[in-house]
Write a protein that binds this ligand. Structure first.
Ligand SMILES: [Zn+2]
Length: 346
């Protein structure tokens, strides 16, 4: 039987998490609440959350150029949320979502000549690295995943088992499923998609290797998909952005700004598509956390974020996360955010 490793509860040791949060929460709130969060509140009041999956288009993208920097990122979040209140556009991605689920990256590229890039293959030439958090087999390899790896400003475990719902649905199974759904959608848009693991390995890889895979792929965007394991009364999703770390083998300073833009775009899109609220237990409900204790972010050289799609220990969130149709929405939300980011010239 696998057991709850202390590190799994919130994915990382709690004291370090809070230290990172305290240092950045004020900045995050100051930068984002006036524009992005206020805009979101306005949208909520007018339109309410979308709950009908069939009506959720991977469209209604804000105009290109909105998400070009940290300041504009707040505008982007507001714009994306406001845009989603309008009519559901028939975006190419919606059509792509119903297309062949078996298309590979190479097949998508070979089709590029048949479909105008402007409409059918908006992500042609882009590389997206998806990191499905943890590994379903990690629970059987405690020695391997508990070894320490260097993440610049310290050490951390190679990997962790992740959390699970009270019913025993593993976070690692959730992350793989959402990642595979997102891959199908991204490939239909013409992107090359690289996974850090696809459930076929016995354990890991280590968080440092997960970052290296994104770096070696020269990813235009990278995302690590997770589910959280917070107390049962907590719910909601949040995006984790890299804090700047220039220490030891880590130097991610160049990706801090573009990663924030990516994160703001994914936060807006994930919320608009899934109707999942911003986490009520992180960063004053802003839906954005900034951390310096995650190897996958410290060691990244490409724009990268984590998303905690929900709290697997919360009954409402667990009900969603164990639903295949909700996981499809989660994938659509992630892909919509990445598409917004990449179509804005990133
Ligand atoms: Zn996790």
């Amino acid at each position: 039987m696998r057991s709850d490793h202390p590190l799994d509860r919130y994915d990382v040791p709690e004291p370090r998490r809070r230290a990172a949060r305290a240092a950045t929460a004020a900045v995050v709130v100051a930068a984002l609440v006036p524009l992005g969060f206020a805009g979101w509140l306005g949208w909520e009041a007018v339109a309410g959350p979308k709950k009908d999956g069939s009506g959720v288009a991977v469209g209604s993208l804000p105009a290109p150029g909105l998400a070009t920097g940290p300041a504009a990122g707040g505008t982007s979040a507001s714009g994306a949320a406001s845009g989603s209140a309008g009519p559901s556009a028939s975006h190419p991605a919606s059509r792509a979502a119903s297309a062949s689920a078996s298309s590979s990256a190479s097949a998508a590229h070979s089709d590029a000549g048949k479909v105008p890039a402007a409409s059918g293959q908006p992500l042609a030439g882009k590389t997206v690295v998806i990191d499905p958090g943890h590994n379903p087999n990690n629970g059987s390899y405690a020695t391997e995943i508990n070894k320490l790896v260097q993440i610049g400003n310290g050490t951390t475990n190679c990997d962790t088992t992740g959390t699970e719902t009270d019913g025993g649905y593993l976070e690692a199974d959730f992350t793989l499923d959402v990642a595979r759904r997102a891959r199908t959608l991204l490939e239909a848009e013409g992107a090359k998609v690289v996974f850090t693991q696809d459930g076929a390995t016995t354990w890991g890889p280590c968080v440092t290797e997960r970052a290296a895979i994104g770096n070696n792929a020269h990813a235009d965007a990278a995302i690590s998909i997770h589910g959280d394991g917070a107390p049962a009364s907590d719910r909601g999703f949040h995006v984790i952005l890299p804090a700047g770390v220039d220490q030891g083998a880590a130097d991610n300073l160049a990706i801090v700004a573009p990663s924030r833009t990516l994160g703001v775009d994914v936060r807006a899109a994930f919320h608009s598509v899934t109707a999942e609220p911003f986490a009520n237990y992180i960063s004053n409900g802003s839906g954005l956390d900034v951390r310096s204790d995650l190897g996958g972010l410290n060691m990244s050289k490409v724009p990268k974020i984590f998303i905690e799609c929900g709290n697997m220990r919360n009954a409402t969130d667990a009900g969603e996360m164990t639903s295949a149709s909700w996981r499809q929405l989660a994938a659509q939300g992630v892909v919509k955010g990445i598409t917004t980011f990449l179509e804005s010239g990133n």
